[in-house]
Ligand binder design. Structure first.
Ligand SMILES: Cc1cc2nc3c(=O)[nH]c(=O)nc-3n(C[C@H](O)[C@H](O)[C@H](O)COP(=O)(O)OP(=O)(O)OC[C@H]3O[C@@H](n4cnc5c(N)ncnc54)[C@H](O)[C@@H]3O)c2cc1C
Length: 492
């Protein structure tokens, strides 16, 4: 086979692309993986700067038991290249009825006592407690066929059947769902939410990787090399070549490469509307892709601190007022409603002291904002200020310990991971929003309407939370492409 010709080209070494490429190389296909950045991992890549190593923003892994990071590391026989860690502690805070932020009591992994949570959430009334317990039990034990019946309905409708107290609603929506899915509770697909919450309650959350999660994707890339494939970093795909409805290869800033199969991790909208181009698409499909809804986004500060201010690896801060509804978010965008929402923080040196110069600490934060990479300075400041005030309240020593701080925005997320192909899209946290109408059988197909072209990552082929969803897609698409490849080989 010519040096520039491959069985399959994968565009993008995010968790979707790198896992898919690694698995296909292991199955014996001749794989080329091209990635625009110097490092793998996409939205969960690792960066190093001035002695600090971390993901560029808060990335918390879940579930702990049976997570797909490890399933694929094991399958590719590269588990020694990425060390996953789980401390079993967290530092979430609830703003109680007297306006004070109170820390969630620590409970050992696997020993979560709902009564301790109810006390913390100030659910004291017996009737309300019984109701809350029923909600937790039904959610945790719901069988798959009942979960499937909630497909296409929103999670808010499921929750409101129980008429939960505001604090419990805040716990389930803000602490769990807002951050896991980054879409408003009254748009979030209920089946998607219930399945992921079950996973988190039964198999725990709060797993990290030493050196940052990017190490996992780097290990997947290594598996491509070890199995005879090629990985080219800093290679941006500029065009997917199509001839008579069939992909023929990829043009990058580092040369052109040929393959009858191309898998794109660049996002369905940039892939179809920019890399392929509308001239190769049916008008209805192009319009369908254009109208797909991205998830919302996070922005926040990375605080580089002269001394430690936190002793937990991560936490989620919420109040009765923080759950996002579509209406409040749209009003907040226009300055007509409060921007107070859930706030996340992560402290990498707690799970790996090597992440930080001795005696110092980095605290990364994230809070909601629109996914538009073109947010104005005024808008960015308005969204960032609210979260910063909350964090200064939680950590009284934080402000004085700041040596310097960086603000990451949707523009950074887009520059690092996903071009903007449609106004308002590009800076999204997850990929496509897991909203009603875009999940399960309504999710875009991994098999694009151009022969030999597949979509991998959070936009197609998976379910669940962020990085896990991307890897699940990587596994599913690898299997689908293997079959497609064998079928092509068999063609007389
Ligand atoms: C601020 C923030 C916080 C998050 N927090 C969490 C969390 O706590 N837990 C969690 O599980 N998930 C979290 N996520 C979400 C999670 O990181 C993503 O959903 C997931 O990593 C997406 O994986 P992916 O493979 O679909 O795509 P991406 O990560 O977007 O990867 C796409 C890859 O393709 C490359 N690429 C794009 N275009 C081209 C091109 N033209 N040529 C070559 N390469 C290209 C990109 O550089 C990138 O490497 C967070 C994301 C963000 C932004």
């Amino acid at each position: 086979m010519a040096k520039d010709t491959f069985d399959v080209i994968v565009i993008g070494a995010g968790f979707g692309g790198s896992s898919c490429a690694g698995l296909l190389a292991k199955k014996g296909l001749n794989v080329l993986l091209v990635e625009q950045n110097a490092r793998a991992g996409g939205k969960a890549m690792s960066i190093s700067k001035k002695g600090f190593t971390h993901t560029p923003w808060v990335v918390i892994g879940a579930p702990v038991e049976g997570n797909l990071y490890k399933v694929v590391l094991d399958e590719l026989e590269v588990a020694d290249k990425a060390e996953l860690v789980h401390l079993g502690v967290q530092g979430s805070y609830y703003k109680n009825s007297s306006g004070k932020y109170t820390a969630m009591p620590q409970m050992k992994t696997g020993e979560v006592d709902p009564n301790i949570i109810f006390d913390w959430l100030e659910i004291m009334d017996e009737e309300a407690r019984t109701l809350a317990l029923t909600l937790f039990t039904e959610l945790t034990l719901m069988p798959p066929e009942q979960i499937a019946a909630w497909r296409g309905k929103c999670f808010d409708d499921w929750l409101n059947q129980y008429n939960p107290p505001a604090s419990l609603y805040g716990f389930l929506v803000s602490l769990c769902c807002d951050g896991m899915f980054m879409v408003p509770v009254d748009s979030l697909d209920a089946a998607e939410a219930i399945a992921s919450l079950q996973d988190m309650f039964l198999r725990n959350g709060g797993v990290f990787c030493k050196g940052g999660f990017g190490e996992v994707a780097e290990a997947y890339c290594e598996a491509v090399r070890v199995n005879g494939g090629r990985v080219i970093m800093k290679a941006k795909a500029e065009k997917i070549m199509v001839d008579q409805g069939q992909v023929t290869g990829v043009v990058t800033n580092k040369g052109s490469f040929k393959a009858p199969i191309v898998i794109s991790n660049a996002g369905i909208q940039p892939t179809m509307l920019k890399l392929v181009g509308e001239e190769h698409l049916d008008k209805c499909y192009a319009n369908y892709v254009r109208e797909l809804v991205p998830s919302w986004a996070l922005l926040g500060y990375r605080y580089y601190l002269s001394k430690p201010v936190a002793d937990v690896p991560y936490g989620v801060v919420f109040s009765d007022n923080s759950p996002w509804s579509l209406e409040r978010f749209n009003l907040a965008k226009e300055d007509k409603a409060s921007r107070e929402g859930v706030v996340y923080f992560e402290v990498p040196s707690v799970y790996d002291p090597d992440h930080t110069p001795e005696g110092m600490q980095i605290l990364m934060t994230g809070s909601y904002c629109p996914s538009d990479p073109q947010l104005s300075k005024k808008e960015i400041k308005a969204w960032a200020d609210v979260a910063e005030q909350i964090l200064f309240e939680i950590f009284p020593d934080l402000e004085k310990a700041i040596e310097w701080k960086d603000l990451y925005t949707t523009k950074d997320v887009s520059n690092l991971t996903r071009d903007s192909a449609v106004p308002g899209q590009g800076g999204e946290t997850i990929g496509l929003g897991q909203v009603v109408g875009q999940c399960g059988s309504d999710k875009p197909s991994t098999n694009a309407p151009v022969r030999g072209l597949f979509i991998v990552g959070c936009d197609a082929g998976g379910a669940g939370v962020g990085t896990q969803q991307a890897i699940e897609s990587g596994m599913n698409v690898a299997e689908e492409v293997r079959r497609y490849y064998l079928m092509r080989q068999a063609t007389p």
